[in-house]
Design a protein around this ligand. Structure first.
Ligand code: GLA
Length: 411
């Protein structure tokens, strides 16, 4: 018995010393879909299957969306040994069958739990069952875990998330770890070795500005959440992303607002987790979510988060340094009237201390691509004249002109 205990202690010790998050995952911001924003607790296996199928049929998979994640309320009870089971009424075929189906579509499968005694929806949490839960997820074929922070009185967040990271690592299955601690303990300061992404705020709601009251707690509008990202860009990068929450595109905004919300999530390296019903969404919503030119800005391999360069009269100008000397520029109109732009590039000096990049508009000519109109707009030698409708964006991709010519010449 003594020998067994020693062996067991050495086994656990070696895992805790060498445990690491899966290093090859999330080298660009994760992309996928999550059930919470549209279905909340009203989920079942058919709904998830229908969305997964629609992810393929409606071009989401081809645009880069990979993970189909079931959020809260899939749980039943624990069995006599303490292993978690799914709700047998909502998921009669079981989680493994659902994961197999999602994998058969070429997609990956994600699930949800909580550090505390219960999930936010009152289902069993993982506290005290971390290794058992991780084993169960791996057995089912889970590729992604979102791990929430309800019912965690007196729990240390770093300890709780590190414990689950190690439990996931011990399964030997690469599982993307999405931390949902709402930014309470500034996870950006300590979690780059723990999770692949961490929520920076409380929950989002489908509102443009301000907040939404839910009685005992408050959710935040897309623009308020954007404001809350200030000061965090140095913590974002390949393998560890600031997460301003799942998107509300298609859940009640105007098309302009949807476009602006999506664009800004692209500019700040947000994980692109769609939160609408992909099966029932309008063609316009799908067109926004699958704009590969905007997605390319989000997925740029340098992984440098964009920044607000200036703000005049509710018109914000955001820059994001991209690979190969390129830049994304986004004019965001938060006002309720259209804005006319006359932007003289040559006069602008854009220096980014974090990436040590400068645009050098007086030395370098960039060609301009409008990523929503899918049109070339000339180059930065001339002032840019445009109108940005209310609650909308003009999102541009600048590439160094000489290179663009060379590339064109090669064809
Ligand atoms: C919290 C999370 C949400 C969602 C719900 C589920 O509020 O922040 O994203 O997962 O719990 O109950």
């Amino acid at each position: 018995m003594k020998r067994f205990l020693l062996f067991f202690a050495a086994f656990v010790f070696s895992f805790s010393v060498f445990a690491q998050k899966a290093a090859h995952l999330a080298l660009t911001p994760p992309m996928g879909w999550n059930s919470w924003n549209i279905f909340a607790c009203d989920i079942d296996e058919q709904k998830i299957r229908d969305v997964a199928k629609a992810m393929v049929d409606r071009g989401m998979k081809d645009a880069g969306y990979e993970y189909v994640v079931i959020d809260d309320c899939w749980h039943g009870q624990r069995d006599s040994l303490g292993f978690i089971q799914c709700d047998p009424v909502k998921f009669p075929s079981g989680i493994k069958a659902l994961a197999d189906y999602i994998h058969s579509l070429g997609l990956k499968f994600g699930i949800y739990s909580d550090c505390g005694t219960k999930t936010c929806g009152g289902r069993p949490g993982s506290l005290g069952h971390e290794y058992q839960d991780a084993m169960q997820y791996a057995k089912w074929g889970v590729d992604y875990l979102k791990y929430d922070w309800c019912f965690t009185d007196n729990i240390n967040p770093k300890g709780a998330y590190t414990l689950m990271r190690d439990a996931l690592a011990a399964t030997g299955r690469p599982i993307l770890f999405s931390m949902c601690e709402w930014g309470n303990s500034k996870p950006w300061e300590w979690a780059s070795e723990v999770g692949h992404m961490w929520r920076t705020t409380g929950d989002i709601c489908a509102k443009w500005e301000g907040s939404c009251s839910n009685g005992t707690w408050t959710a935040w509008s897309a623009m308020t959440i954007l404001d809350m990202q200030e000061g965090l860009r140095q913590y974002s990068g390949p393998g560890h992303w600031n997460d301003p929450d799942m998107m509300e595109v298609g859940n009640g905004f105007t098309l302009s607002e949807d476009r602006a919300h999506f664009s800004m999530w692209c500019m700040v390296n947000a994980p692109l987790i769609a939160g609408t019903n992909i099966q029932k969404a309008s063609d316009e919503t799908i067109e926004i979510l699958t704009n590969t030119e905007a997605i390319a800005i989000n997925q740029d391999k340098l992984g440098i988060q964009g920044f607000k360069e200036s703000e005049i009269d509710s018109l914000e100008i955001w820059y994001k340094p991209l690979d190969d000397g390129e830049w994304a520029v986004c004019f965001l109109n938060r006002d309720s009237i259209a804005k006319t732009i006359d932007y003289n590039w040559a006069e602008k000096v854009i220096n980014d201390d974090l990436s040590k990049r400068e645009t050098k508009f007086n030395e370098i000519t960039y060609s301009i691509r409008d990523v929503w109109a899918h049109k070339d707009l000339g180059n930065t030698k001339k002032s840019l004249k445009a109108v940005v409708p209310l609650h909308d964006v003009l999102m541009l991709h600048l590439s160094v002109e000489k290179k663009a010519e060379k590339k064109a010449g090669k064809k």
